[in-house]
Design a protein around this ligand. Structure first.
Ligand code: NAD
Length: 312
């Protein structure tokens, strides 16, 4: 890293070094930023610091004290509120003029409330959720949607570009979190309908590998047919790195938005119920691709059998 370069760059903080926070933070370090990080899991920040050259902080307030830009990458808006509040929280250490970049997939109404708490400290919160999953977090090719104050977004943009190659302002504060939930609604629907089609086709006698190839060359193609079916379902690996509980949370946010805007969304509601049912059936800690097991249970039939060419 160029010393002069790092002296002129804003200092960055990271709260939440999970499946996404870890590779995103690593990209920020690779781009030459100083990074102070913390995670609720004991030892995680120290391990991350050892591997990336970041500094492990003792609490969230210390992260905020050390940083011009504070990134939160936590499971839910409730977790973000917990990280912000309390004697050792972000708000206790936040510098006036700094920017809090809320990159979790959060709840828009809650995000607006958190932005007000941050504003009371003379700082600015923007929402900047991401899409692309762990693989694109590792390569720095996330799609990042951003909501809020334009000057704060411009301040954070170079740091965002260390993690993503597509940074798009959606609108006012909370709008990016709304957009993210809607994106995941579309993604979850595509996954579910694709799995049902795969089950029907396999029971009819079509080779599952051939089905994936044909979908991917045809109009039925979507992100799940391309990047999830063969890799995580037919292989039975179920380890894409995005939790089933987190997908269910995103779908609940999307349905809340439908209610708030008085938009009838029966298909979306059924989709959310299916994903929530899978989460309840399979229990905590499952990958979102394990959703296929609910459809398999209903069909009394398992994908990825010996006949399927899952390697191509
Ligand atoms: P994760 O569960 O893997 O990681 C979350 C991390 O936050 C954990 O390490 C946990 O210990 C830590 N944490 C929780 N509360 C904390 C607190 N108060 N202070 C400090 N650390 C705390 O989750 P993830 O998969 O990294 O997802 C993070 C967010 O990004 C979620 O909102 C998710 O919906 C979203 N997202 C995930 C993916 C994906 O593919 N995994 C993709 C896009 C968006």
């Amino acid at each position: 890293m160029d010393k002069q370069d790092s002296a002129t760059k804003p200092s960055v903080g990271l709260i939440g070094i999970g499946s996404m926070g870890w590779p995103m933070g690593a990209r920020v370090r690779q781009a030459g930023y100083t990074l102070t990080a913390i995670d609720a899991a004991p030892g995680r920040a120290e391990q991350f610091a050892k591997e990336t050259g970041a500094v492990a902080a003792k609490d969230a307030a210390a992260v905020a004290r050390a940083s011009d830009i504070v990134i939160t990458m936590l499971p839910t808006s409730q977790d973000v509120a917990a990280a912000l509040g309390g004697d050792n929280g972000v708000l206790a250490g936040l510098r006036s003029g700094s920017v809090v970049v809320e990159m979790s997939s959060g709840m828009p109404s809650r995000t607006r409330e958190l932005a007000e708490l941050v504003a009371a400290k003379g700082a600015t919160l923007i929402d900047a959720p991401v899409s692309g999953g762990v693989p694109r977090a590792k390569t720095g090719e996330l799609a990042i949607m951003v909501g809020g104050d334009e000057a704060a977004i411009e301040k954070a943009r170079p740091v965002l570009l260390a993690m993503g190659n597509n940074v798009t302002r959606v609108g006012d504060i909370g709008s990016a979190h709304a957009m993210k939930a809607l994106n995941n609604l579309v993604s979850a629907g595509g996954f579910l309908i694709g799995i049902e089609a795969m089950l029907i086709g396999s029971k009819f006698g079509i080779d599952e590998g051939i089905m994936v190839d044909i979908l991917n060359a045809s109009t039925g193609m979507n992100n799940s047919t391309q990047k999830k079916f063969r890799q995580f379902v037919l292989s039975r690996a179920f380890n894409a790195g995005f939790g089933l509980d987190l997908m269910t949370k995103d779908l609940t946010i999307a349905l809340d938005l439908a209610r708030e805007t008085a938009t009838p969304a029966p298909f979306s509601a059924l989709c959310r119920e299916m994903w929530a049912s899978a989460a309840a059936m399979l229990g905590k800690g499952k990958d979102h691709t394990a959703m296929a097991k609910l459809s398999e249970t209903l069909a009394h039939y398992e994908l990825g059998g010996a006949s399927a060419d899952t390697k191509r």
